[in-house]
Write a protein that binds this ligand. Structure first.
Ligand code: PLP
Length: 448
């Protein structure tokens, strides 16, 4: 029963990103089943999943084609590795398909088991690339404050999350620059001016470090876990100029925005960027099986493949056959059912329109959205953008109240974020916005 399960959970399970002293009277929510865009808990409560699990179930929870393909693969060849000149059919097929759906200049993939491992792989590839180019002085990787790139030591070092850095020693060759978070940090500048300023901060950092020492810049196209921070339109074109000027590799972390979330296949497509490396995970298998990887541009792959012998790196589960089958079927569904086109043309614009209506709410300081992702900022005072309190606890209140109204939203401080399944209908978008509205009303009352 529920109480017993929760007790065992409390006694034996160390949950990720959880304050164990703060599990509350209610204890953890035990999720028991899911269907379409909804999850159901052990009490029978059905919640509209505004977060696609953890930004990964882009096709929702009912795609038997994926689970059946995994099952069949497990019964045919449950495991074989891709080390030492071995390969498997699903891994070859998925590599082919990834080369088709990713930007034209990316035709090689290194598979991993997760996004974090893929970012570790990126650090190895970056170093290997510059060493083989006989530029060993290029060692520094620049990332952004408040970015998220995973939880391994490399991933967490690349990430710019203060709360994480306090609990370990980040790698010493990683440097951080400003994030393009206009609502929080833009002050009196217009979004366009602020976008330029944030990009110039990268230029300044490169100058300060010495351009000849900077190997790569890593960023999410839009910061996801940092609070769905959609950069001003001026930001990416300016960053691109800066990187090109100094021959610095661009690593786009597409773990959240890959596979359709913006209404394009990748965030890089949306912003017209040509990354040298591109991290993916999560939605590549619709979250059904652990799989990640990094797409490698022709420029980098050429060097890795033709110079210097063995690349001494790999994971047992690199190119796991069942994971690759899950990826193949997921991408087939995205293509055959024109899911991404539908986000671009129908549900994305519809969500944008309905989500923007929430900006009228007395405690909402800003709404933003793109494709099937959105955020709103909770404020006590719209004009000054003042929060309810310095610790930004309003978000947690709103999250719990949205759960009560049957909606999963995530709180990032006082930013409420959504990343609903791409398969959501316009009626479900209405349901989402209405439930969010009720949660905001209750939050306003609770904090009054
Ligand atoms: N990169 C980004 C942008 C992410 O959002 C995440 C996870 O949320 C990761 C990397 C890490 O991926 P994983 O949790 O699969 O290791």
């Amino acid at each position: 029963n529920k109480t017993e399960l929760q007790q065992h959970d409390r006694e034996h399970l160390l949950h990720p990103f959880t304050d164990f002293q703060d599990l509350g009277q209610q204890g953890t929510r035990v999720i028991t089943s899911a269907e379409g865009a909804y999850i159901t808990d052990i009490d029978g409560n059905r919640l509209l999943d505004g977060m696609s699990g953890l930004w990964c179930c882009n096709l929702g929870y009912s795609r038997k084609e994926i689970s059946n393909a995994i099952y069949e693969q497990l019964n045919t060849l449950p495991f074989y590795n891709s080390f030492f000149q071995c390969t498997t059919v699903p891994s070859i097929e998925l590599a082919d398909v990834l080369a088709e759906v990713t930007p034209a200049h990316m035709n090689n993939v290194f598979f991993t088991g997760s996004g974090s491992e893929a970012n570790d792989t990126n650090l190895r590839l970056i170093r290997r690339f510059w060493d083989l180019q006989e530029k060993p002085e290029k060692r520094i990787v620049i990332s952004r404050m408040n970015g998220y790139h995973g939880s391994t030591i490399a991933g967490a070092s690349l990430g710019g999350m203060n709360g994480m850095h306090k609990q370990f020693q980040p790698l010493d060759y990683i440097e951080y620059v400003q994030q393009p978070y206009w609502f929080g940090e833009g002050g009196d500048l217009s979004p366009e001016e602020f976008g330029i300023q944030a990009a110039r901060s990268l230029d300044e950092k490169i100058q300060e470090l010495g351009p000849e020492k900077v190997a790569a810049f890593i960023a999410e196209p839009i910061q996801g876990a940092g609070g769905v921070i959609i950069p001003p339109e001026t930001y990416w074109p300016e960053v691109k100029k800066v990187l090109d000027q100094y021959d610095i590799l661009l690593v786009m972390d597409e773990v959240i925005f890959g596979f359709g979330r913006t209404g394009e296949w990748f965030g890089s497509d949306y912003y017209g960027l040509k990354p040298d490396l591109m991290t993916f995970a999560k939605a590549v298998t619709n979250g059904y099986f652990p799989l990640g990887g990094t797409m490698v541009s022709d420029r980098v792959a050429e060097v890795i493949k033709t110079k210097g012998g063995e690349f001494t790196h790999g994971y047992t589960y690199s190119a796991h056959p069942a994971a690759c089958m899950a990826g193949l079927v997921t991408i087939n569904i995205l293509r055959n059912e024109k899911i991404i086109e539908n986000v671009r043309d129908v549900t994305g614009p519809y969500l944008a329109k309905r989500w923007a209506e929430l900006a009228e709410h007395p405690i909402v300081g800003e709404t933003r959205s793109l494709g099937m992702v959105g955020a709103l900022e909770l404020v006590k005072d719209k004009a000054s953008r003042a929060r309810f309190d310095d610790n930004c606890t309003a978000g947690g209140v709103c999250r719990d109240l949205s759960n009560k109204h049957g909606l999963v939203m995530r709180a990032v401080g006082d930013a409420m974020v959504i990343a609903p399944p791409l398969i959501m209908t316009t009626e479900q978008v209405d349901e989402l916005v209405e439930k969010a509205h009720r949660a905001l009303d209750d939050t306003a009352k609770a904090l009054a």
